[in-house]
Design a binder for this molecule. Structure first.
Ligand SMILES: C[S@@+](CC[C@H](N)C(=O)[O-])C[C@H]1O[C@@H](n2cnc3c(N)ncnc32)[C@H](O)[C@@H]1O
Length: 215
C-alpha cells in the first residue's frame, strides 16, 4: 500500500492524568482508534476491551516497530501525558514516520496545571526537563530566567534541583507539585532542606518561582 493511503497516526496529548483534563478532540481520537499506544497508566485509563494495546516503556525502538507493523491495517492513537510538545513519545514518532503522516492533538501540560493551581501566569517560565537525565545546565545558565519549572520525579534529579535552588539563593521559592489532577495531588512550598527529605512522586513538577510572585 502506498504511504499516502495509510491512516494518519494521531498523537493525543492526554493531559496530566485525570480524564477530566482530556480534550474532546483527544477523546474522539481515542474512541475511534483500533490500536492504542501508551504508558500502562494511560492504557488502563482509556483503552476499551475491543482496542488492541501497545504498552510504551523504555524501549522506544520496539514501540516504533510495533506502530510500523500495525500502520497498514489499523487506526492508531498514540497516547502521551500532558502535551505532546513537551518531552513525550511524539518526538521519536514524528522523527520516525514524518510530520506529514502524524497529527498531534494538544493536551494540558502538567506545567500548565501547576501554574493554574497556584493562580500564576507562566509567560516568562523556563521549562527544564530533569525527568530522565540531569540537565546540562548550570545555575549561571538559569539565574536570569524568570520562574523555572522542572520536570522532576527521580532521585538523581532531586539532588541536582536542591543544588540549583541553593545556588540561586533566597530569591527563589521552591514549590513541589505532585500527582497533579490525580489521587494524591499535593502542592507544597518547602525549604531546600525539606525538599531533600521528600520521597518525590514520579509525577512531580518542581517550581523555582521568583520571590514575590506568590504575594
Ligand atoms: C515524559 S514527561 C511528560 C511531560 C508531559 N508531556 C507534559 O506536558 O506534562 C514526564 C514528566 O511530566 C511531569 N508530570 C506528568 N504528569 C504529571 C502530574 N500529573 N503531576 C505532576 N507532574 C507530572 C513529571 O515531571 C514527569 O517526570
Amino acid at each position: 500500500m502506498a504511504e499516502t493511503q495509510l491512516q494518519k497516526l494521531t498523537i493525543v496529548g492526554c493531559g496530566p492524568g485525570s480524564p477530566d483534563y482530556l480534550t474532546e478532540a483527544g477523546r474522539r481520537a481515542i474512541d475511534s482508534a483500533t490500536v492504542l499506544v501508551g504508558s500502562p497508566h494511560l492504557l488502563d485509563t482509556y483503552a476499551a476491551p475491543t482496542q488492541e494495546q501497545i504498552p510504551a516503556g523504555s524501549d522506544i525502538d520496539s514501540v516504533l516497530e510495533s506502530i510500523a507493523l500495525h500502520r497498514e491495517h489499523d487506526k492508531i492513537a498514540i497516547l502521551v501525558s500532558g502535551d505532546p510538545g513537551l518531552c513525550s513519545l511524539a518526538g521519536p514518532v514524528l522523527r520516525r514516520f514524518g510530520k506529514d503522516v502524524c497529527e498531534a492533538l494538544p493536551g494540558i501540560s502538567s506545567v500548565q496545571l501547576a501554574f493554574a493551581r497556584l493562580g500564576l501566569d507562566w509567560i516568562d517560565v523556563r521549562i527544564v526537563s530533569a525527568h530522565k537525565e540531569i540537565p546540562d545546565l548550570t545555575p549561571e545558565d538559569l539565574k536570569t530566567s524568570g520562574s523555572i519549572a522542572i520536570l522532576a520525579g527521580h532521585r538523581h534529579s532531586q539532588h541536582w534541583i536542591a543544588d540549583l535552588a541553593n545556588a540561586l539563593g533566597n530569591k527563589r521559592i521552591l514549590v513541589v507539585c505532585e500527582n497533579l489532577s490525580l489521587q494524591g495531588e499535593r502542592i507544597r512550598r518547602v525549604s531546600v532542606a525539606e525538599f531533600q527529605q521528600i520521597d518525590l512522586s514520579t509525577r512531580t513538577i518542581v517550581l523555582l518561582l521568583k520571590a514575590g510572585v506568590l504575594q
